[in-house]
Design a protein around this ligand. Structure first.
Ligand code: KE4
Length: 428
């Protein structure tokens, strides 16, 4: 694979954009080499600036669940753009997508749209603090809820990759209100709650973690969090920015039958345009301005183009619920194929998978939390990443990410990918 043009473009970008990228994980720092500049994408494929075609397993970090340039979304955005691109005034479209989202997701009455997953999670925590009149939050090491100050404490995703899970610029005053727990460790959470009696506003959790690789909750973990929150007047926030409208129409609440108090969304809900959202029962959401005292706002919140894309996406998922089974079947097929060829080549690995999320870890032990995820052999991962790229497969440029399967992937694409893993395994 040639990357001459991408390298030239990266050198240009570095002159005017910090690190040449607008989001750190894109910079390939964890795997080395220069980032790929994409020219276009369609379905399961990316077409880069050097004319290479790549099978995409990142899909913009989750949104492109139906494949790139999905016609109904593209058409909806084009038509809407002709009627104006932003008004800063209410539109019927916002009510339509809000009503559809509320009908698809359990245990929410109202939803507020924002422009990113970070904004959704940041606002959800402020709402929880305002509603409970308590200051502290519990988050889990390795979970990532965006780059708001309160979350950059042992954060996952790019924060781990760059070894700055506790980012400079986050004040001690902020950090003291963020308590850190271990994922899948209920005893640890219970100890934190006891030590901070009546001071904790919320527990925010990725109900399926996707920012330290893919880590499903152990049996009883979410149920345990629910019970502890109910018993201690703590709000349970499910950060479903990754899992919402991906693992099921109703997300992990539907899969687990565990009800969160506030749910955060991003990625899929915007169909590839900048959309985040947070939702809860009316009693909580009515605490938000202009109805209640908790302030939250945004010039481009509910932007018509973003809402048009999101509505087209949610309509497609709502009308074809079989997609979630198709995604699960394709991901299982890929899992079994990769597992077979890695075993045949005596590679030490473990694979985590749930629904259309999967991750490959180069370590033998089960990956159930940040500590076990960090044990993965990163040198092997780097070779794997670049080997797959050379075979025309684009996976996350970091071991601390999950792959996102899209319905646009054919079984031929999956077989091609498995054969690529087989070739690369021989070089590891
Ligand atoms: P955004 O602000 O990036 O839209 O969403 C933040 C966020 C919140 N919650 C979860 C569970 C998330 O996964 C994310 C963002 N995910 C990363 C990928 N691991 C975004 C990629 C990036 O930072 O460029």
């Amino acid at each position: 694979m040639l990357y001459k043009r991408s390298s030239q473009l990266f050198a240009e970008a570095e002159k005017v954009i910090p690190g040449g990228v607008n989001s750190p994980v894109r910079a390939f720092k964890a795997v080395g080499g220069t980032p790929i500049f994409v020219k276009s994408a369609k379905g399961a494929y990316l077409y880069d600036e050097d004319g290479n075609r790549l099978i995409d397993y990142i899909n913009s970090w989750g949104p492109m669940i139906l494949g790139h340039a999905y016609e109904p979304v593209v058409e909806a955005v084009i038509e809407k753009a002709k009627l104006g691109t932003s008004f800063g005034m209410p539109t019927e479209l916002e009510t339509q997508i809000a009503a559809l989202a509320v009908s698809m997701v359990p245990n929410i009455d109202k939803i507020r749209f924002v422009n990113s997953g970070t904004e959704a999670c940041m606002s959800a925590v402020r709402l929880a603090r305002g509603f409970t009149k308590k200051d502290k939050i519990i988050k889990f090491a390795g979970c990532y809820h965006g780059h708001s100050d309160s979350f950059l404490i042992q954060a996952g995703s790019g924060a781990i990759t760059f070894g700055s899970p506790n980012s400079p610029g986050v004040t001690a005053g902020t950090a003291k209100d963020t308590l850190l727990a271990n994922y899948n460790d209920l005893e640890n959470v219970s100890t934190l709650i006891e030590a901070n009696k009546n001071e904790i506003a919320c527990i925010i959790v990725e109900p399926v973690a996707g920012n330290m690789g893919c880590i499903p909750p152990n049996k009883g973990f979410l149920e345990g969090l629910r019970q502890m929150c109910t018993e201690n007047n703590i709000l349970l926030i499910f950060d479903e920015v990754m899992t919402g409208f991906r693992l099921a129409a109703g997300g992990v609440q539907e899969l687990s039958n565990v009800n969160a108090d506030i749910v955060c969304f991003g990625k899929v809900i915007g169909g590839g345009l900048p959309v985040g959202a947070f939702a809860a029962r009316a009693e909580i959401m009515n605490y938000l301005a202009p109805l209640g005292p908790v302030y939250q706002a945004g010039t481009l919140s509910g932007n018509p183009l973003a809402m048009a894309a999101g509505l087209a996406m949610l309509k497609a998922l709502d009308s074809d619920r079989a997609i979630f089974e198709r995604l699960e079947e394709k991901t299982q097929y890929l899992h079994e194929g990769i597992e077979k060829v890695l075993k045949e080549n005596n590679i030490i690995f473990t694979i985590n998978r749930i629904g259309s999320m999967i991750s490959v870890h180069f370590d033998a032990s089960p990956v159930v939390d940040f500590k076990s995820a960090a044990k993965g052999d990163n040198e092997t991962f780097k070779k794997f990443f670049h080997g797959m790229l050379n075979e025309g497969i684009y996976i996350a440029p970091s071991a601390y990410e999950t792959w996102f399967i899209t319905d646009a992937l054919s079984y031929e694409d999956l077989d091609f990918t498995i054969r690529a893993v087989e070739k690369v395994a021989k070089t590891l």
